[in-house]
Design a protein around this ligand. Structure first.
Ligand code: ADP
Ligand code: MG
Length: 351
């Protein structure tokens, strides 16, 4: 049964048709502006083998432009449009070649990096550690034990992203994926008020999605595209990235599927960061397993998958007299180092 409908969908996609489709002005995702501005931008209809019905199906499944198709995986497109592997592959390859997103020169990459925005943390030394603030186009991960201030830093960023650029923000909104019901609007209100901001306006610009399990969490990220465009999201917070995965796949034999899914989730987040030039901040716990007698007791959850897939990692820990210490663990472009800050009723502050 399922096969039949799949075949039918393939047929729809195969329906090339003789009719020429005029290049309708469907906005293409921002990508390198090296293409000739006078050339009309290709649309989904321009893909070989995708007729009007196929294009409609793609749009209904959330693939509105060539970039979203070019960035999709075969499996993703197969599932979303109920088409076969060969058809999905053909469409993706065609979208990629239309957009000319193969190799890029260092200059082009540098141009894209010029668009990187930074969100202030509200603390001078922490900003310095991050090279100015939390960057867009990448995932920043904070890991640490309970009460190390992972969530507090998220709150501060969710507020600061809304500030104008000259104040260290990105004039944007925040999408907050809350996995442990730890999102507290009262605390946001307190921090916002203490910064002289209208707390209601600030809270309106924070869109919260409560994830009930790891599947739901993955889905919230994968369906985030619309809300990102609609609300002008410039920061996605996932608090916590790993907790559900840890709980849902606790058995011994479940490590591989867990890591696979976590990997997919992180890559979906990275894709959003790239495509929409936004920052992603994720939190992660450390292992608190008393059975571990050897090795670093402060190892982050998620193993190599998380360690390699997130861009910048900081390790947060409690210091003396309510201080918090952030250590930059891993960054492709920043030196290792430490910063000390405080959490007060005002949020994140200089020590
Ligand atoms: P976690 O790393 O578990 O996410 P949190 O980010 O929730 O930790 O940080 C909790 C810490 O934040 C608490 O130890 C508390 O000291 C501090 N904190 C929370 N709210 C306030 C507040 N209103 N005023 C001062 N400190 C606060
Ligand atoms: Mg927390």
């Amino acid at each position: 049964m399922a096969k039949k409908s799949k075949a039918k969908n393939d047929e729809e996609f195969g329906e090339d048709g003789d009719e020429k489709h005029s290049a309708s002005p469907i906005p293409i995702e921002e990508h390198d502006d090296v293409t000739d501005a006078a050339t009309p931008q290709p649309t989904i209809e321009d893909l070989p083998g995708v007729g009007p019905k196929g294009a409609q199906k793609l749009r209904e499944s959330g693939y509105e432009d060539l970039m979203s198709i070019a960035a999709a995986s075969t499996g993703e497109l197969m599932a979303a449009c109920e088409i076969g592997e060969a058809t999905a592959e053909k469409i993706i390859i065609a979208a990629r070649s239309k957009l000319d997103i193969g190799y890029k020169t260092g200059i082009e990459i540098m141009e894209k990096r010029k668009e990187i925005g930074k969100i202030t943390t509200g603390c001078t030394s922490l900003n310095a550690l991050f090279g100015g603030g939390i960057e867009t186009q990448q995932i920043t991960e904070a890991y640490g034990s309970f009460a190390s201030s992972k969530t507090q830093l998220g709150y501060q960023l969710a507020i600061n992203v809304q500030l104008p650029k000259e104040k260290g923000g990105l004039n944007g909104a925040c999408l907050w994926i809350d996995t442990e019901a730890t999102f507290k609007p009262e605390r946001i209100k307190q921090i916002a008020e203490n910064h002289g901001l209208d707390p209601n306006k600030v809270l309106k610009n924070i869109i919260v999605g409560r994830a009930f399990n790891s599947d739901h969490q993955v889905m919230l990220a994968e369906k985030a595209k619309e809300v990102i465009k609609e609300k002008g999201i410039k920061l996605i917070v996932v608090d916590s990235l790993t907790a559900h995965f840890r709980a849902d796949y606790s058995g011994r034999g479940e490590l591989a599927p867990r890591q696979q899914k976590l990997n997919r989730h992180i890559h979906a987040l990275q894709k959003l960061a790239d495509m929409h030039n936004l920052a992603v901040y994720v939190t992660n716990q450390v292992m608190a397993n008393p059975a571990i007698m050897f090795g670093d007791p402060t190892t982050a959850i998620g193993g190599h998958i998380v360690a390699h897939a997130t861009g910048v990692r900081i390790y947060l820990r409690k210091g003396k007299q309510g201080m918090r210490i952030a250590r930059l663990i891993d960054s492709p472009h920043l030196p290792e180092g430490e910063a000390v800050f405080r959490i007060t009723e005002n949020g994140i502050e200089d020590a």
